[in-house]
Design a protein around this ligand. Structure first.
Ligand code: SAM
Length: 234
């Protein structure tokens, strides 16, 4: 299954998303790096906004992204050319076929695991790329209850056939699979700003108010429950 809905990122907005701001805060608290030199991998950098911010904040680090879309690689590379960072690279590749002997202090995968039909086995592979005290930071859709789902959709505004990208494994599955070897921190994502519904773009999430609480909604029907989950080897 694939996800080709990159229209939103092709518009190349420059602002960090709310979850990315939280990610940067988590990193500044959790990322332990020797003399400022970290090895960082971002899986699926889209328009490169987070990558650019990481490059600015960690100027001595090696920063890599593996991104499947050639158009988004191009947009990200142009963005990174604005700054003079000696070691930021973007590889155009499907992460499922990416193998490396490099070990990372930090791997960030936001909005990516839901594309896969078996996210647990892909997440296990990513964990194998970590240094002994490295962290994997996941963000995106997780089911809060004892129910998981695979979701196929077709965007009639921008039709590439049936696609994936909204599969949700349970936060419990992450715990059951990884808690014996990893310390796991699970942080619910509560959005506080309003995101307007965008006309003719049903794939773009927006917020609705329910009982005074803002909820992220896709295409007016699917309420999204999102978390940051951080895994660190015990
Ligand atoms: C929903 S977007 C999230 C972008 C960004 N990480 C964020 O948090 O806003 C998913 C990104 O992952 C990329 N992607 C999807 N499947 C991928 C794969 N198999 N390998 C590498 N990148 C992938 C997409 O092209 C897109 O840039």
């Amino acid at each position: 299954m694939k996800n080709l809905q990159i229209e939103t990122y092709k518009q190349n907005e420059h602002q960090l998303k709310e979850h990315q701001k939280i990610t940067l805060n988590i990193l500044s608290e959790r990322l332990k790096i020797n003399s400022g030199k970290a090895n960082i991998l971002e899986i699926g950098c889209a328009n490169g906004n987070l990558l650019l911010e990481l490059a600015k904040r960690y100027p001595l680090s090696h920063i890599l992204s593996v991104e499947i879309s050639s158009k988004l690689c191009e947009i990200s590379r142009e963005k990174l050319a604005q700054i003079n960072h000696p070691s930021v690279n973007i590889i155009e590749q499907d992460i499922t076929s990416y193998c490396t002997n490099t070990k990372f202090d930090c791997i960030i995968a936001e909005g990516v695991h839901s594309v896969f039909d078996d996210p647990i086995s892909e997440i296990s592979r990513w964990l194998s790329f970590l240094k002994k005290d490295g962290i994997l930071l996941l963000f995106g859709l997780f089911a809060p209850e004892q129910l998981e789902y695979k979701f196929h959709y077709k965007n009639l505004q921008n039709d590439f056939g049936w696609e994936s990208g909204f599969n949700a494994i349970s936060t419990d599955s992450i715990n059951q699979k990884f808690a014996s070897d990893y310390d796991i921190t699970t942080l619910p994502f509560n959005i506080t700003i309003d995101l307007p519904k965008v006309k003719n773009n049903p794939i773009k999430t927006h917020t609705v108010d329910l009982n005074g609480k803002k909820n992220l909604v896709l295409a007016g029907s699917l309420i999204l429950t999102m978390y940051h989950i951080i895994l660190k080897k015990k």
